[in-house]
Design a protein. Structure first.
Length: 269
């Protein structure tokens, strides 16, 4: 009986969502996003592209922020695409890092887990390798359970067969911007950014062979989302997995195709 009580005490549901420019200039989409978030049984929501959220009226009234009484936003200097989190539990802000990252990294502690929320560069796979190396160094300094989550803008070697079966490589080779974002100099897919994270012991919780894409959606405006791809991730370190048995998936049900150009990733245990 005590073991069952312990399991109930740590049940959590996490969401990672790139919400497309913070819904700036689209109050109707922001309202629909808020209704959807309020209806989700989530404990923690990691968010990318919180453009303008430092000026969002709802932020000054956290008790009314869609049922999440706690929030953190990293207002970066060089990028308007802020990262942040909503939570139903108290948040301890550990650090925020901008140097060495295109957008930034926010590290939070919530209910004994350290959350690393980031958004890696959409520009170059080579630059993304350097960001991945910085993340590896950060993760190795943390002794606690870790969840790394965000729009990592990178392709996973765990999806290699899926990419081959859908003819992704010719699509990426067809456009210089796509090639710079996803390919290496020999015009093959650059899996090294994700491989560095995997080699550091992080586990990709959505690598289940389901071939669910996190981009594009019906709201897509990004030319780089030129094919079905998985660019959004929740990853865990071994310390996290030693204490929990999480399951994760990419959500694609209505109204998500009209809320953002990315689908969210969810994880629960």
């Amino acid at each position: 009986m005590p073991a069952i009580a312990h399991l109930k005490a740590i049940e959590m549901r996490i969401l990672q969502f790139n919400i497309l420019d913070g819904c700036q200039g689209e109050p109707e989409r922001l309202e629909r996003l808020g209704h959807w978030l309020a209806a989700q049984p989530c404990d923690v929501v990691g968010l990318n592209e919180l453009n303008g959220w430092d000026r969002l009226p709802q932020i000054s009234q956290p008790d009314s922020l869609w049922g999440y009484p706690y929030h953190e936003i990293f207002v970066t200097r060089k990028s308007r695409h802020f990262v942040g989190a909503l939570s139903r539990h108290p948040i301890e802000r550990i650090t925020s890092l901008e140097e060495g990252y295109h957008h930034g990294v926010l590290v939070l502690r919530i209910e004994g887990v350290q959350y690393i929320i980031t958004h890696l560069t959409p520009k170059s796979s080579i630059e993304r390798e350097l960001e991945a190396e910085n993340l590896v160094r950060l993760v190795r300094t943390i002794q606690a359970p870790v969840l790394l989550m965000g729009d990592l803008n990178t392709l996973s070697p765990l999806d290699r067969e899926w990419h081959a079966s859908t003819g992704l490589l010719p699509i990426l080779r067809s456009d210089p911007a796509l090639a710079r974002k996803f390919l290496e100099e020999d015009m093959e897919i650059n899996y090294r950014p994700m491989q560095k994270l995997l080699d550091a012991g992080l586990i990709d919780l959505c690598a289940d062979g389901s071939r669910k894409a996190s981009v594009p959606t019906a709201s897509n405006r990004d030319a780089a989302h030129a094919a079905n791809m998985r660019l959004d991730y929740i990853m865990a370190n071994q310390r996290f997995l030693d204490e929990r048995q999480p399951s994760a998936t990419i959500l694609q049900e209505d109204p998500l195709p009209t809320l953002s150009d990315h689908y969210p990733v969810t994880c629960e245990w």
